[in-house]
Design a protein around this ligand. Structure first.
Ligand code: ASP
Length: 724
């Protein structure tokens, strides 16, 4: 009897829990009763009203590839410390080391502008699938198809961006089953308001990254500004705080185990729609090579950074992002193996095949799958070369920057709509900001060693994978000594590392660049030719995928017979979840919350477990303010939920059923890194900073009185009468 009851109650559970990064449109199509049963207290339309482009999702913003949320009507945005890191680094020097000390703007004028930082506020999503597909000429080959699709994308984006301060994108879902025009307002004046010291924002550092239990206060607060008339404008002293119509009030009550939460944000990429063989390639080649290549770059940056305090600051940001990718790769490998994800995926794929074999209407899907599989095999031949050229960001900045400047000069000579998307006019301000920002990342001794490592790899390639630019500039038979000498000469003779010269190069034609006879640039111009040729190959591959993958995906979805959330693609999504712990392995149970006492116990006084003195003093004196969790009898620091998240969800608001902010998502647990390939409810856990830790820091540790009043958490005179 008992058994039957248990079974029944399981079946009756809403089918939506956990899995699925739902698009705003899908949220409105999901069963509202199931959402209510799960804990959503608002009508789904309060999340998103497509007609008006309003709702809580309009308060969920894209912060340069991360997510964030408005938390006041005065443009305050909460995101992760690691997402605001480049602004923090930009304003840091050995004399005023904001990375280590943290930063609090005591009044508005003190807030620190972030070069090139932007916040995008969503405005509308329009299905443009028919329009996109109609653009493909009948009988088009793959390259023509890809170019036609790209062209139509560009036209739609150009049309959409005629409206001032607008950033648009045509996003592809399920490999081309659907195309969506996403329209957002772009705010260009973003300033740092608060960043905790590194010992909070990065407590546990790389050791704790991608793990649980966690005690990291990975949050920061920035503010978006507009021109006095409310329009988006670049930084100016005259600018005023953005008036956010939708924002998330902070919930001082926070969460407890079992509570319903939603994670809203901009997940970047996932691979669940891949074929099992494609997944296997990532397991056997991609992640191992990431570990090898990024690992080498990390070692170089660490060793060189250790030798010089200014060098250490210069390499900090690059090192942080490389380490994140590196450790992630290890987690993917472990997770794929442990969860038998590829095997399970293969079984599921085969059952779709068996099902489709009996359905003549899906014959095309089967054919598409076979062609995708044979194309996958073909790609293998030049895989290593492609990997290296695709990962220039993990090598010397000089290589990446010289290629960017070179490509820009060539692409600029073509009409805007014919350029590679990354070099169109609309991207120029971003490219320029990036080239400028790089100045902070440059550290010559590390540069040279990274360059050398790149050349060494290229020289080791077999005949089919030669990189001609490397052979030409270094000699196919160059010894280590030759290479080192050549690189010394390149860096001695280049102007690319000077900001003024680099910005001048940004506007030059190819002939002008050539005329400079700059040795690093000369290498970049040659390498850029190869990178551009590779882009063409990729375009043609994309065309094949656009032709084949939708066929296969339609069969998979028909077979599922229920709503299937598409893979992440950088667009706004919602995940419905529950606060809960998990069992990472046999005999071990993790509880879903951590506390200040746990943080103190982890503190060692040495990096990365080196909490700042002011935090320690406050915590040891038990000055806990109003932020104690009644169950834990302590200030909660982080919590777990079973939301379906990935990279890009960093900084996502985690909100309760009423739409109040209870946390900020910043990571996943080790066992769940490979959820990019498949969701497993037993271990799918994302890690959030608890809003009460944020409030405790601001209140008890930082005495950020004005900020707390602005957030409506502390009583006091209205914000407008204050300086803040
Ligand atoms: N920590 C992650 C990031 O860096 C978030 C995640 O992947 O879950 O984006």
């Amino acid at each position: 009897m008992k058994k039957t009851l248990l079974l029944l109650s399981l079946v009756a559970l809403p089918a939506l829990a956990g899995e699925g990064k739902w698009t705003p449109q899908q949220v409105l199509e999901l069963d509202p009763a199931a959402l209510r049963a799960q804990g959503l207290k608002l009508p789904p339309q309060r999340l998103w009203d497509p007609k008006r482009g309003t709702g809580l999702l309009a308060g969920t913003v894209n912060v340069g590839g991360c997510s964030g949320a408005f938390i006041s009507s005065t443009g305050l945005v909460i995101t992760n410390h690691h997402c605001a890191f480049s602004i923090i680094q930009e304003h840091s020097s050995p004399q005023r080391d904001l990375i280590t000390q943290g930063f609090l703007a005591t009044h508005r004028e003190a807030e620190l502008p972030g070069k090139g930082s932007r916040v995008q506020v969503p405005r509308s999503f329009t299905d443009v699938t028919k329009d996109m597909l109609a653009a493909v000429p009948a009988g088009a080959d793959d390259l023509t198809r890809a170019k036609a699709i790209e062209r139509r994308q560009k036209e739609l984006v150009a049309e959409c961006e005629k409206r001032p301060a607008t950033r648009c994108q045509v996003a592809t879902f399920d490999g081309g089953v659907q195309y969506m025009l996403v329209d957002a307002v772009e705010l260009k004046d973003v300033r740092l308001v608060y960043a905790p010291p590194r010992g909070v924002g990065e407590f546990g550092g790389d050791v704790d990254n991608w793990t649980w239990p966690r005690h990291t206060g990975d949050f920061a607060i920035v503010r978006a500004y507009t021109a006095p008339d409310g329009s988006s404008a670049p930084y100016s002293e005259q600018n005023v705080p953005y008036k956010a119509e939708f924002f998330f009030p902070l919930s001082p009550q926070g969460v407890k185990p079992g509570d319903f939460v939603m994670v809203l944000g901009y997940p970047g990429v996932t691979f669940r729609a891949m074929l099992a063989d494609e997944m296997a390639e990532r397991q056997s080649r991609h992640y191992p090579r990431i570990i090898d290549f990024y690992g080498e770059s990390i070692r170089i940056l660490e060793q060189e950074g250790e030798k010089d305090p200014a060098g250490k600051i210069a390499v900090a940001s690059t090192l942080k992002s490389l380490r994140n990718v590196y450790k992630n790769a290890g987690g993917q490998l472990e997770g794929l193996k442990r969860g038998r994800i590829i095997e399970k995926h293969r079984e599921a794929e085969e059952s779709v095949v068996r099902w489709a074999e009996k359905k003549p209407q899906h014959a095309e899907a089967l054919r598409a799958r076979s062609e995708l599989l044979s194309r996958q095999k073909e790609m293998g031949k030049t895989w290593e070369r492609e990997f290296l050229l695709n990962n220039l960001k993990a090598t010397a900045r000089g290589i990446a920057m010289s290629v960017t400047v070179s490509r820009l000069s060539r692409e600029r000579a073509r009409p805007d709509l014919e350029r590679e998307p990354a070099f169109m006019e609309r991207e120029h301000p971003r490219i320029k900001d990036q080239l400028e920002r790089e100045q902070k990342n440059l550290f010559l001794p590390a540069e040279k060693r990274l360059f050398q490592a790149f050349v060494r790899r290229a020289l080791a390639f077999g005949p089919e994978e030669r990189i001609a630019a490397v052979d030409k500039h270094f000699g196919a038979k160059a010894t280590e000594k030759d290479v080192a000498a050549k690189i010394d000469a390149m860096y001695a003779g280049t102007k690319l590392l000077s900001l003024t010269d680099r910005l001048a190069m940004f506007g030059e034609t190819e002939a002008q660049l050539q005329a400079r006879k700059d040795p690093l640039l000369a290498f970049g111009l040659d390498l850029a030719t190869e990178v551009a040729a590779l882009d063409e190959v990729k375009d043609s591959r994309d065309g094949a995928s656009q032709r084949l993958r939708p066929e296969w995906r339609r069969a998979v979805m028909a077979h599922a017979g229920k709503p299937v959330a598409p893979d992440a693609n950088g667009t706004l999504r919602v995940s419905f979840a529950k606060v809960q712990g998990y069992s990472p392995r046999d005999g071990v149970l993790y509880t879903p919350q951590t506390t200040l006492s746990g943080l103190l116990a982890k503190h060692t006084d040495a990096e990365p477990f080196d909490a700042p003195d002011k935090l320690l003093a406050t915590a040891q004196a038990r000055r806990l303010g109003a932020w104690v969790d009644p169950g834990l009898k302590d200030v909660p620091v982080a919590f777990l939920s079973d939301a379906d998240t990935t990279g890009g969800n960093s900084g996502s608001p985690t909100v309760n059923g009423k739409g109040e902010l209870v946390g900020v998502n910043f990571d996943r647990v080790w066992e769940n890194v490979a959820n990019d390939f498949g969701y497993n409810p037993d271990i799918a856990r994302n890690v959030n900073v608890d809003v009460r830790y944020v409030l405790w820091m601001l209140d008890q540790v930082e005495n950020a009185d004005a900020l707390l009043r602005e957030l409506g958490v502390r009583k006091g005179p209205p914000v407008a009468q204050e300086k803040r």
